[in-house]
Ligand binder design. Structure first.
Ligand SMILES: NC(=O)c1ccc[n+]([C@@H]2O[C@H](COP(=O)([O-])OP(=O)(O)OC[C@H]3O[C@@H](n4cnc5c(N)ncnc54)[C@H](O)[C@@H]3O)[C@@H](O)[C@H]2O)c1
Length: 358
């Protein structure tokens, strides 16, 4: 058995919110990190960590875990761990990732967003460049069979070339909601290179004379332009859909994975033929956070397919974070297209809402 620990025992770490439990489709579960670790047959949930004594005790009792720590340094000092999951809020997360790396942990599942600043992102990139760090991320839809099937169909050529990707996750904030939209767009775009990012945000509160954004701005509209003209759009439309527009059809993963529909245009009829797709994926297969954790364990076991998949997933995690910073840069420059390497290295996003950060 490999030994794992969860850092941060709130909603994502330990206690999935009742609304998600009630409404999300089956493919979202097990979602809480601790639950996913315990669902993996080759992992022992060896320890939990949270500075809230009450939260820690509650999680320890719920999961039957004897060893609990109030801070991650004590955890890392006392426990030999193969895999760590990080479900704290974003500020400070990059430091936790670095501390895990420094003691030799090589498999990390990290909540989104990855980090708070461009400087932190560069440090994480340097760790990842060593090639022996396996990472997965809280944007878990990319692991669900229904999303994978939709992307396979859209990129297979039967419907012509992919032209446009839309992630409609409602009116959402850059850090709280839209790491998910960005990741879905990157997943659908495959390995296409990002050419530029344009964004118009609302609620940007900037610290005087600095590149620090104090708030978590709403994305009013954003476009990610890929090398071959494919465009990924994020707006404020309600719904929880991923829409993949090809030359002759539109494929939509509906309602966070509740269903998949194809609107197919053919012949002289200008109106699409709409069909539900029910084959090619298992809507009930347990995925949630267990799916990325399975990939991490397979990477540790030396599985070549998992390692290839993880290399692509790591690129998407890092690129996705660059895109969030580029959206801020674009907004500050009147929504002009910004290349990912043209982002001000001084950008910090505190993403504060009320008394908390994203
Ligand atoms: N993947 C998703 O769908 C999804 C959904 C909701 C939230 N999130 C993300 O997950 C993260 C956590 O969100 P949440 O809703 O679970 O928050 P939360 O406030 O419920 O939980 C965070 C927990 O981390 C603990 N914590 C804070 N600092 C810590 C530290 N240094 N070491 C250990 N524990 C620490 C807190 O005491 C708290 O228990 C956020 O970044 C959020 O953006 C992801």
């Amino acid at each position: 058995m490999r030994r794992a620990a969860v850092i941060g025992c709130g909603r994502m770490g330990a206690f999935t919110s009742p609304a998600v439990r009630e409404y999300a489709p089956a493919c979202w579960f097990p979602l809480a990190h601790a639950e996913a670790v315990q669902a993996h047959g080759d992992l022992e949930l060896a320890a939990l960590c949270d500075p809230s004594a009450e939260g820690l005790a509650r999680a320890q009792a719920h999961y039957g875990v004897a060893r609990g720590y109030a801070d991650h340094l004590s955890l890392l000092k006392a426990e030999e761990l193969d895999l760590v999951t990080v479900a704290t809020r974003t500020i400070g997360r990059a430091g936790i990732i670095a501390d895990c790396f420094d003691v030799g942990v090589r498999a990390l599942h990290i909540e989104k967003p990855l980090c708070s600043s461009v400087a932190e992102l560069r440090r994480i990139e340097a760790m990842e460049a060593g090639g022996d760090l396996f990472l997965t991320y809280g944007t878990v839809r990319r692991f669900f069979p229904i999303y994978r099937h939709a992307v396979t169909l859209a990129s297979g050529g039967d419907y012509g070339a992919l032209r446009e990707i839309r992630a409609t996750l409602g009116q959402g904030a850059l850090y709280w909601t839209h790491p998910h939209a960005v990741d879905l767009i990157l997943m659908a775009a495959g390995g296409r290179r990002v050419e530029a990012v344009q964004a118009r945000l609302a609620g940007v509160e900037r610290a005087a004379g600095a590149m620090t954004i104090k708030t978590d701005p709403v994305i009013e509209a954003a476009t990610i332009w890929f090398e071959d003209g494919v465009a990924g759009h994020i707006g404020r439309s309600p719904g929880m859909d991923l829409v993949l527009s090809c030359q002759s059809a539109e494929l939509t993963v509906l309602n966070d994975g509740h269903g998949l529909a194809i609107s197919d245009y053919s012949g002289a009829n200008p109106y699409p033929d709409r069909q539900s797709v029910t084959v090619g994926f298992d809507p009930e297969a347990p995925a949630g956070t267990l799916a990325p954790i399975r990939e991490l364990v397979a990477c540790l076991d030396g599985d070549a397919t998992a390692r290839r998949s993880n290399a692509a997933n790591r690129r998407a995690i890092l690129t996705g974070q660059h895109i969030l910073f580029a959206m801020v840069q674009s907004h500050l420059e009147s929504a002009r297209p910004v290349a990912l390497d043209a982002v001000d290295p001084a950008i910090v996003i505190e993403a504060r809402t009320g008394g908390n950060n994203a």
